[in-house]
Design a protein around this ligand. Sequence first.
Ligand SMILES: Nc1ncnc2c1ncn2[C@@H]1O[C@H](COP(=O)(O)OP(=O)(O)OP(=O)(O)O)[C@@H](O)[C@H]1O
Length: 624
Amino acid sequence: METSAMASLSASNHVARVLSVANHVADVDASSRIANSWRRCLVSHKLDPARRGPPQTLTEAEVRHVAEPMEETIRLLTPELDDLARVLRDAGYCVNLADVNATMLLSRLPGEADTEIFLRWKVYTGSNFSEAFEGTNGLGTCLAEQKPILVHRDEHFREQWGIFSCAVTPLFDEAGRIAGAVNITSCRDDLSRAAHQLALAVTMEATRRMEGAIFRGHFRNAWIATVPDNGGSGLLAYDDDHRIVGACRSARALLGLTDGLIASGIDLSRYIRFDHRAARGADEIVELRRADGRPLGQGQIAPPQRARPLTQRRDAPVDRFDALHRLAGRDPGLIRSVKRLRSIGDHNLPVLLHGETGVGKDVFARAIHAASSRARNHYVALNCAAMPESLIDAELFGYEAGAFTGARRDGSKGLIVQADGGTLFLDEIGDMPIALQTRLLRVLENREVWPLGALKPVPVDIRLISATHRDLGRLAEEGGFRADLYFRLRGMEVHLPALRERADRDDVIRQIAREEAPNCRLSDSAWSQLAAYPFPGNMRQLRHVLRLAGCTAENGIIADADLDLPPFRGRRAEPDLAAAERATIVDALRKHGGRVAEAARTLKLSRATLYRKIKVLKVDTGPS
Ligand SMILES: Nc1ncnc2c1ncn2[C@@H]1O[C@H](COP(=O)(O)OP(=O)(O)OP(=O)(O)O)[C@@H](O)[C@H]1O
């Protein structure tokens, strides 16, 4: 038989086998994971095993853009990746690091003899091997299942990838979140499955060391305890006050730690105990015990990589930017914004936050304050939409004793002076009356404030962070906002995406579920409902929905019926947004028998904000 005819016969055999296994007709020679993946490719991704063609490949500039959020991770793990490539080079392996979407970000090709074939098939930096495009393959399937996997030759879904064998391990970041995968691929046809299995074990070990490097790099200013765990080890980071500030994936699983517990600064002794005096030197070995005294084995304690002891306040995070990084999660746009904020450093640049209601503008502003050298001074917030014009004036600029009828006898300093040395946060700045905009502009330009009735100005040094849900640029163009103030406010503009727009929205849902309903798990269909709902009220609404679900769930399982998701049509349509917000408020008022103060507490709004929203949205507060 001609070679090409033999090739096409073997191709059609492969396709027939994939189809029969995927369609449950036969189950020969395919591990259940491979068979399940073939089914996913056929049923969910609607792929054709016979289709040929190269993978989708990004340009160099696109790779740089995609790799940007992982820059620090890549820097920390490159030495280990290079070592792995050296060890596997003679066996003809190409070694790659990919991001969570299965795009190769870093490739180490083997010797010349094998390299040509990788180049021909575009198995290199920039190529995407997600299961949804390329079918069952090491990278895509490992990331789909978040488990190490070996995909040997004809176990690939698409016949054309049958010349390769890949072994891939997921890579988890310092918070136990999936960050990408480490892939090794060989095109040698004399490579046995057993030899390949061995190479997978080597890769898993190297990936564990990479995760260790990422963890140690991230928590370089904390103490790090290595805790024995089923032949492996888990890592825990804690501060000088013995409060846990981080835990890797296996330490979380071993000790039952969650993001919420870690964020609350829980004490190390609630999980492990050891003699802290014996652990003051570098990499000391200590005997570890659980909180109830049961032995845990030997652990190792590494001190912080800093020149002198921490002199931080009890409530200060190890890295000043930790809170901002946590808020940014894995959303590339937010990660870029936090990076820019880091590069601005302590320059007193005003920041304008833009985003829908409930996306976390206030929380983000507080985190910017905490990350600045002003953190020890006041953070003062004012919601401009929640106050009548006359009160904003007095609240912001202050007044002298007896400046007007009804003024306090000893006058008022005003919020701007209170924020001296710290940060002033002006929420809903778009609602600030024009006359006050002029006064605010003068404060920013002259760095002094004239309280009402004062004879001389008071010098002030504030950092201004303002926030709005409106398009302030357009408002300024249309004359509804002073253009000069607008440009003054937006030293740097940060867009906080709506929850439905966040690239890491599933992570956010999981994290908030852990915090709001810590003893519950979501049923599959409840999860699907949450994942599909557009959340017009964003983080705030998600928190309330999950808090309520945590209370009504039976047997620790949140079912569909526990999710209070009012119908919401349209994505950004303002009237629908208002309708959904209105529904949330009506609901909260109903639950609290119309008591505004209690409803405001549940909705995490100030009473004034809730009153304003009730007025604007025309909510009926009368007896129902
Ligand atoms: N990244 C986040 N992860 C988890 N929860 C968050 C996050 N950001 C905000 N939240 C929660 O969402 C709620 C609303 O946050 P915040 O008040 O800062 O929103 P906002 O944008 O200022 O809202 P509004 O515009 O209505 O004043 C708070 O309960 C906050 O804890």
